[in-house]
Design a protein around this ligand. Structure first.
Ligand code: ATP
Ligand code: MG
Length: 138
């Protein structure tokens, strides 16, 4: 069993896609162990995306991620990290496979509706960034 962090980004919340994303999660073998809505400050978003600090899109990305509320979730399942990244599709929605969340809902390489951890190390950091152990069920 593995755990991963999922975020429905501000564009997803703003466009009424919370239910659509959760429906896909509940139709998959992934289980939701924790969920809450938050509105990040710029320093909180910068801390979350610290690995991307040197990237040219860092400032724009952290502005976007603080432009409205997001829904953060902990998901669990076999190969949860890879499984959820498959459900999300490629970062650039134009390259994402048919039937993926980003292919079906995203409008932009930055405003791509969802986030998912990319390794066990980043999943551990990201889950701990938003949740304490009492908030994760199971
Ligand atoms: P995420 O980490 O959000 O799950 P990812 O792992 O597919 O997405 P990363 O390379 O980690 O992609 O980039 C983090 C986020 O930064 C992307 O989801 C997207 O919102 C934004 N981003 C990535 N590449 C670009 C780019 N070339 N231009 C603008 N924004 C970008
Ligand atoms: Mg990433």
């Amino acid at each position: 069993m593995e755990r991963t962090l999922s975020i429905i980004k501000p564009d997803g919340v703003n466009r009424g896609l919370i239910g659509g994303v959760i429906k896909r999660l509940e139709s998959s073998s992934l289980k939701i162990l924790a969920m809450k809505m938050i509105w990040m400050t710029k320093p909180q978003a910068e801390g979350f995306y610290a690995v991307h600090k040197e990237r040219p899109f860092f400032d724009s990305l952290t502005d976007f991620m603080t432009s409205g509320p997001v829904v953060v979730m902990v998901l669990e399942g076999e190969n949860a990290i890879e499984k959820y990244r498959k459900l999300m599709g490629a970062t650039d929605y134009k390259e994402a496979e048919e039937g993926t969340i980003r292919r079906d809902f995203a409008t932009d390489i930055e405003k791509n509706v969802v986030h998912g951890s990319d390794s066990p190390e980043s999943a551990a950091f990201e889950m701990g960034y938003f949740f304490n152990s009492f908030e994760i069920v199971g």
